[in-house]
Design a protein around this ligand. Sequence first.
Ligand code: NAP
Ligand code: G4F
Length: 328
Amino acid sequence: MPKALITGITGQDGSYLAEFLLGQGYEVIGMVRRTSTTNFDRIRDFQDRITVVQGDLLDQVSLINILQEHRPEEVFNLAAQSFVPASFTQPVLTGEFTALGVTRILDAVRIADRSIRFYQASSSEMFGKVQEVPQRESTPFYPRSPYGAAKLYGHWITINYRESYNLFACSGILFNHESPRRGLEFVTRKITHAVARIKLGMQEELRLGNLDARRDWGYAPDYVHAMWLMLQQDHPDDYVVATGETHSVREFCQVAFDHVGLDWEKYVAVDPKFYRPAEVDLLVGDPSKAGRVLHWEPSVTFQQLVRIMVDADVAALQQMGNHTPHVG
Ligand code: NAP
Ligand code: G4F
């Protein structure tokens, strides 16, 4: 039975990847950081089928000990401070988790077992102020936030450890991917959750920032499949994973409100509070290398994605009643 370690298993991607690997017959070790209360909502359904271990990207020894004790063949480093606005208010902490955390886990791999296959969760935020449209593996980077800069460090240190120590280390440059498990503060889930609340009479308006920003939005379960495929190749490499389509936040609102029969313009208000000090205006990826080498392609369209998320939020709210949080 192959064995994999996932850091960030309690996050959106970690939970989907764990389910996918269990389906492939893997033994899954999930690393969680110690907190005063557990936050296992996304992994509750299969928690009894995985091994949960405590460790933290800030703590080098915990990472080495986990690898030495559990001896995984594959490590997926998904843990990070992943919310761009928080990276402007907590830039140093973001650098510790999202940049130096990658060096800590790569060093743990180097020390514990150099035969481990390693996946680094890199991001299209590294393209930032885009230098080419669409963005591909060879496009120059220009990050626009402390998060983007931290991810860029993680990307290059992964390549550096591959070249310096001959590690099987891959960097997946993933464009935005969403799902009903997306955190409530990210714009897609903020919209679909609000649409459901408005439809059910629990909320009256939705306040958003820049409606003109464009993103290449895909479906998270498709994207964790691409992560796994990267580690099954003969040689380590870096790949863009994207749909190749771009849509604005405004379009996302339109499709989401339309789906429940509401006119988005009656409910959405622009609030400059949600503007960022520096914005990434346009992202659209060229996933042709992933298609050619990994035989990967997205299975869910933009319209389907929005509807999946709205339907899930409506269903969840109907089940839970009025006890869900309002996201401001
Ligand atoms: P997410 O939902 O925010 O999950 C992040 C995970 O990292 C959580 O499990 C979190 O644990 C964990 N974590 C944070 N700091 C940690 C630390 N110091 N030590 C150990 N664990 C820590 O993110 P996601 O959307 O699943 O994304 C997964 C990865 O892909 C992230 O690295 C993200 O930056 C990257 N990425 C995401 C996208 C996207 O569109 N989703 C695109 C490109 C790249 P808690 O539950 O304790 O907070
Ligand atoms: O949903 P977002 O917060 O995602 P963002 O900044 O693109 O980052 C996500 O995708 C990255 C991959 O490109 C990941 F690496 C990263 O970890 C994260 O998962 O914002 C998307 C866009 C932005 O342009 C933002 O300005 O939506 C715009 N926006 C407009 N109003 C808003 C809002 N974003 C948020 N979060 N909240 C708003 O009210």
